[in-house]
Write a new protein. Structure first.
Length: 122
């Protein structure tokens, strides 16, 4: 749960810290992010992307050619359920949005709390 990662640099550090295959929950209000600095790391570590937000086109454009599985979701419950379905034993589901939370959530704390509740509900 790295809901506070509202920019590319924060997401980079979160992705870098994980040593198992990642199902990455990413998205929200894109602040003009340049995802190029994440491409090599994403290609190396991420097996699937679960987009969470109203407009995920920038994420699809940035990673669509390197990640074969990108799924759009519109709620945290849907995102967590999708990540759970896509994951296998020893995979890591990482919420590190790289975007602001205000399209679907009150703030990053609300987004993080909804993530925790959705995980507990599995």
């Amino acid at each position: 749960n790295d809901s506070k990662a509202t920019n590319i640099n924060s997401a980079w550090y979160a992705l870098e810290s994980v040593n198992s295959p990642i199902i990455w929950i990413v998205g929200g209000i894109d602040k003009g992010n340049d995802y190029d600095s994440l491409k090599d790391l994403v290609k190396e570590k991420v097996k699937a992307i679960v987009c969470l937000g109203k407009d995920n086109s920038a994420i699809h454009k940035a990673f669509g050619d390197i990640i074969p599985k990108i799924v759009d979701t519109k709620s945290m419950q849907e995102a967590v359920n999708t990540a759970y379905y896509l994951g296998k034993k020893d995979d890591t589901v990482l919420l590190s949005p790289a975007c602001a939370s205000f399209d679907l959530f009150e703030n990053y704390e609300d987004r993080g709390n909804q993530f925790k509740l959705a995980v507990r509900a599995l």
